[in-house]
Ligand binder design. Sequence first.
Ligand code: ADP
Length: 207
Amino acid sequence: MEKSNIVWQNQHVTKEKRISLLNQKPCILWFTGLSGSGKSTIANAVEEELHKKGIKTYLLDGDNVRHGLNKDLGFTEMERVENIRRIGEVSKLFVDAGLIVLTAFISPFKSDRQIARSLVGYDEFLEVFIDTPLSICEKRDPKGLYKKAREGAIKNFTGIDSPYEAPVEPQIQLKTDECDIQACADKVIFHLIKYGYIKGDENDYAI
Ligand code: ADP
């Protein structure tokens, strides 16, 4: 298709108008960390708490997205980049709709997280680093993937034979070897209240 024939259509109901109907400031909570670090578990706990508070949310989870939107993508470097790019674009649409979006993907490369960040406003992207040592992730091995990777049955596995580039200045850093699931989720909610994304008393979530 000839790209120059595609013209951006201005819509009458704008992002601002949509947000005005909601009691929240939209953003992406971009969870990143090793497999088994606790991204899905904590993102779920956070979403549940937000939902209880009447906040409109959407959780995009790695495996689920690969069953649908990204089922045509494998794990080569190019496909991993495309995986994250599409997730970033979908997250951007949900932010445009006014939601608090939670994404749970390993997203090991700084450059990919940077692409996702660049799609939305600076304060609309909160990097949540699930900082769990590899040794603990491997001990948990909730999906048996580390065992398979160590046996050579899975190639390019993050932390084993593919690097994980840790965030340098994440907005939120959660050490799951020091805090339980509830405490980690509370820390995220605390941040959202403190910086005005949702209303509430941050002291209820102070640790
Ligand atoms: P990921 O989504 O990063 O691959 P999961 O959330 O699927 O990781 O798995 C993390 C595992 O670690 C779960 O079995 C969870 O119960 C366990 N776990 C133990 N302590 C914590 C904690 N403090 N935070 C998150 N997960 C924890």
